[in-house]
Design a protein around this ligand. Structure first.
Ligand SMILES: *[C@@H]1O[C@H](CO)[C@@H](O)[C@H](O)[C@H]1NC(C)=O
Ligand SMILES: *[C@@H]1O[C@H](CO)[C@@H](O)[C@H](O)[C@H]1NC(C)=O
Ligand SMILES: *[C@@H]1O[C@H](CO)[C@@H](O)[C@H](O)[C@H]1NC(C)=O
Ligand SMILES: *[C@@H]1O[C@H](CO)[C@@H](O)[C@H](O)[C@H]1NC(C)=O
Length: 452
């Protein structure tokens, strides 16, 4: 599963660099996990890199792995090896083969202190020396930044200044969300990183896309296209609900979580990605990251801006106590960070479905105007100059007295009732029907295009 994580995310974002550099070079690959004894590395990354190694070991590439951190090597090396000893093989590997692969992996991995620029320079020299001693060519260097985002800029700068390979080998730097906490800080971060890394060198990944179910959404849609095509549309799908239920609370993560909250933590990234995978038009080429990106962008540009009444946020009860405990605050400290969010949104496509159609019939002085929308249809019947009792529809559900008259070539309707200045004016201009609706001080204008 974790191998899927890495391959999928790397492919999805990374076609470009490889294309411009021609076929990937084979040779030696140095993998550096900066933050190599941290929580993410312990839980996922080393296991993922081990599986990647197992898959790649026969491919003609050779590897070395470095766990980097702020602590000195003598203190952190035992901790790293505790993590590495816990990696496991897939079920289909025999016990002997697994033991052999683990032993090799452990021999290829070591801890490096990566704190100062000199530490990074020393790492680069070490890599260079090993390549020379072994007499092998270098394929590239991969840095995985398993760090809080505030450290990205500094580390990226150190990598650029000391660890950038010269000549043909590639450089790749993987960064995880969150990229700042709002659009401004995200833009600042992006600009600062640009100073140290080329765009094709940066892999901004969302690990959620590596989850098996999420990674399989597009392949599932492609493989079942024949069956899904007839029903994957507005006629058969009323709405799509994307639900993520957490079974764990945020104990132990408050210092991070309380600054971000549920929207930044999972909604604007993980769940939004799932939404695009479900909604986007299928790419013709599943391997083309550029095409997938464009299809995703189409979805984003079709989303209507959210209004206040489309979102509900909340917080689970025990959250306050956990915040007070973990931040050493008193009982009167209140955190307003949401731990629950539900949003309801529509896209422009859906909005355009709501566009009504009108059919107007005229028989002398008698008119019938039928309006069709996806939700309801209505009809109004009137004769010029004759007052009729009418129940107005929509928000303003009242009975009023309506009279329609010609004013030059415009049909003008006046509706007398509780609301002042209520009515409408209809006129035709070329191929268009113009409709101006008024109610008190509000005016709405609609233009219909002739279709028949
Ligand atoms: C990396 O550092 C060099 C100086 O060593 C600098 O000229 C270059 O612009 C930096 N950024 C990139 C993206 O290469
Ligand atoms: C699909 O896209 C990938 C990556 O851009 C490219 O290498 C491949 O040739 C494309 N396949 C087809 C059938 O166009
Ligand atoms: C809270 O207090 C404990 C014990 O005094 C201390 O170890 C911890 O670092 C403090 N946490 C914060 C966020 O100040
Ligand atoms: C509008 O009024 C009609 C008739 O009084 C009633 O049946 C209907 O439920 C009302 N609709 C709304 C949305 O209030």
């Amino acid at each position: 599963m974790i191998v899927l994580l890495l391959l999928v995310t790397l492919c999805a974002h990374g076609g470009k660099g490889e294309e411009s550099a021609g076929a990937p070079r084979s040779g030696h690959v140095s993998v550096v996990i900066v933050g190599g004894t941290g929580d993410l590395a312990k839980k996922y990354l080393w296991q993922g890199f081990f599986e990647l190694y197992v898959h790649q070991v026969g491919s003609g590439n050779t590897f070395s792995f470095y766990g980097g951190g702020l602590s000195p090597a003598d203190a952190a090396t035992p901790a790293l090896f505790e993590i590495l000893k816990a990696v496991s093989c897939s079920k289909d590997a025999s016990e002997e083969r697994c033991a052999l692969l683990k032993e090799q992996f452990l021999r290829l991995a070591r801890y490096r202190q990566l704190k100062t620029l000199e530490d990074y320079q020393a790492l680069a020299e070490h890599i260079g020396r090993e390549l020379q001693q072994e007499g092998i060519t270098e394929a590239g260097r991969l840095f995985y930044l398993s760090l809080p985002a505030f450290a990205y800029v500094d580390v990226a700068d150190k990598i650029n200044r000391s660890c950038r390979p010269t000549g043909g080998p590639w450089l790749r730097v993987v960064l995880e969300k969150p990229f700042g906490h709002d659009i401004r800080s995200a833009e600042v971060l992006a600009t600062q990183l640009e100073g140290s890394l080329k765009d094709e060198e940066m892999y901004r990944i969302d690990h959620y896309l590596g989850k098996q179910v999420v990674a399989k959404i597009l392949p599932f849609r492609v493989e079942n296209k024949k069956f899904l095509d007839p029903i994957w549309n507005k006629h058969h799908i009323e709405r799509v609900e994307i639900v993520m239920k957490e079974t764990l609370d945020v104990k132990g993560r408050i210092s991070f979580y309380d600054q971000y909250g549920v929207i930044r933590d999972v909604l604007q990234n993980h769940l939004t990605e799932v939404m695009t995978l479900l909604m986007m038009r299928l790419p013709t080429n599943l391997s083309s990251s550029e095409e997938i990106l464009q299809r995703k962008l189409q979805i984003f540009s079709s989303m209507l801006p959210l209004r206040k009444n489309q979102a509900v946020v909340g917080q689970y009860q025990a959250y306050q106590t956990t915040v007070q405990q973990e931040t050493n605050k008193t009982k009167d400290h209140v955190s307003r960070t949401p731990t629950y969010a539900g949003i309801d949104f529509a896209t422009r496509k859906i909005a355009s479905m709501l566009k009504p159609q009108k059919v107007i019939k005229q028989d002398g002085d008698c008119f019938t105007i039928k309006t069709f929308t996806t939700f309801k249809n209505y009809e109004s019947l009137f004769k010029i100059g004759e007052e009729v009792k009418e129940v107005t529809k929509g928000m303003d559900n009242r009975t009023c007295h309506t009279v329609v008259n010609w004013e030059d070539d415009k049909l003008v309707c006046v509706q007398k009732g509780e609301k002042k200045n209520r009515g409408w004016t209809h006129w035709i201009h070329g191929d268009e029907l113009h409709l101006e609706l008024t109610c008190e001080d509000q005016v709405c204008k609609q233009i219909y295009k002739r279709t028949l």
